[in-house]
Write a protein that binds this ligand. Structure first.
Ligand code: FES
Length: 106
């Protein structure tokens, strides 16, 4: 049993040699935005949601990536609209956002 209903990890890994990494896609900003919105919606205070950063999650080819446990749903995203959709559908309603999923078969 997971402590949090939804535990979110954003890869914010940055590679100094310029090779592909999630940090090239403003992931820290997107993580901060999700955390702020989750607080505003009361999801953090209620203990339903925790939003953390992570180093490389070894799925760089799909980056930027975010994974939500306990059901291990992997998403990619482009902008705050995508983050809003993940919050509203996955974190609030419990529905997966198929169009943003990396592993659509899960
Ligand atoms: S750099 Fe993000 S998964 Fe590897």
């Amino acid at each position: 049993m997971s402590y949090y209903k939804n535990h979110v990890f954003f890869c914010i890994n940055e590679r100094e040699d310029g090779s592909q990494c999630c940090a090239q896609h403003h992931t820290q900003e997107m993580r901060d935005y999700m955390k702020k919105r989750s607080k505003e919606l009361g999801l953090v205070r209620s203990g339903e949601v925790r939003v953390n950063t992570a180093g490389c999650l070894n799925r760089c080819e799909f980056g930027p990536v975010v994974v939500i446990y306990p059901d291990e749903t992997w998403y990619t995203f482009i902008d705050k609209d995508d983050i809003d959709e993940i919050i509203e559908e996955h974190l609030v309603k419990g529905n997966k956002v198929e169009r943003l999923m990396v592993d659509k078969q899960i």
